[in-house]
Design a protein. Structure first.
Length: 307
């Protein structure tokens, strides 16, 4: 007798991914003394926040959320962060490099690579050490770019939060080793097996709040070297004869606004966005100028402790 083939629907895939992520979050809360969830305010960390609520409901999320504030995020992202903290009631830690702020370090003055090191990597590492977190949960996905594809779900960090992709533990048949020795910590990626399309389908299904920067709206834009930059405030020096033009744009990925390129592909709501994602064939991180600072930029940053 022939065995009937079962049709796997997108909702079946999301159910599986959700269950896997919730299991990873619960394992992290159980296995580590002092975990933290890194909250970038983007789509991936918005999904992580929602999953954490589900994983521990009706209890509150049992670990704090931490945002590394470079001072160059979109204003809308900071407003969304504070609103979510107030509505949900999670503990929010904000890590900043006060010395870098006082010196006026920016992506416009120090170059993308050095700015990222000073304003993102340094405060992240300092905050992880200050609070003695032994596990940091992040929203990295293997489909984002090549270096993230080398990560395990439970990704070991040696002393100084340094990552060695050749020194990672096997994860066979969902069996993980969460043991740490002095100086070691863990980075945990519960949605590592998700794709960008999975993320957006899940956001639509669960009605997860995200910032409207992901949707097509009229915004002030300058075009530089083929990249559309939304001018979010008056700190960006304009070139001679340059003036922002109002255009309908959106973002696939969010970072510091002077170094994050927008796209003019239309997606005014979640249905249009998911439809676009089902057709797109280029990486979301094509708009992240930090990735292209040099050939090995992202892997080099990750080896030094960047998320």
């Amino acid at each position: 007798m022939a065995v009937a083939e079962l049709e796997v629907t997108p909702d079946d895939v999301l159910d599986h991914l959700e269950a896997e992520a919730i299991t990873i979050l619960r394992e992290t809360a159980s296995a580590f003394r002092n975990p933290v969830l890194l909250y970038s305010i983007g789509k991936d960390s918005s999904v992580l926040l929602h999953l954490a609520q589900k994983a521990f409901y009706p209890a509150p999320i049992p670990f704090p959320l931490m945002h590394v504030d470079s001072q160059w995020e979109f204003a809308e992202m900071i407003a969304h962060r504070d609103r979510m903290a107030q509505e949900i009631g999670f503990t929010l830690l904000v890590a900043k490099n006060d010395e870098g702020i006082a010196e006026g370090v920016s992506p416009l003055t120090h170059g993308i690579h050095e700015y990222t090191r000073i304003m993102r990597t340094v405060p992240l590492l300092e905050a992880l050490d200050e609070h003695q977190f032994d596990a940091a949960i992040g929203g990295g996905r293997r489909d984002e770019e090549r270096s993230r594809a080398k990560e395990r779900v439970f990704s070991l960090r040696e002393s100084g939060q340094r990552w060695n992709p050749r020194n990672q533990r096997p994860e066979l048949w969902r069996t993980v080793n969460t043991k740490l020795v002095d100086g070691q910590t863990m980075r945990v990626f519960p949605i590592s097996n998700w794709t960008e399309l999975d993320v957006w389908r899940y956001i639509r299904r669960e009605q997860i709040p995200v910032v409207s920067l992901y949707f097509t709206r009229k915004r002030p834009v300058v075009e530089r070297d083929g990249t559309l930059i939304v001018v979010d405030d008056d700190r960006m020096p304009l070139e001679p004869g340059e003036a922002p033009q109002v255009r309908e744009v959106r973002f696939r990925t969010l970072g510091c606004w002077p170094v994050t390129g927008a796209t003019d592909t239309p997606a005014h709501d979640l249905d249009e966005l998911v439809l676009d994602m089902e057709q797109v064939r280029y990486s979301e991180r094509a708009g992240r100028l930090v990735d292209g600072d040099r050939g090995d930029s992202m892997e080099a940053k990750k080896r030094a402790g960047y998320f």
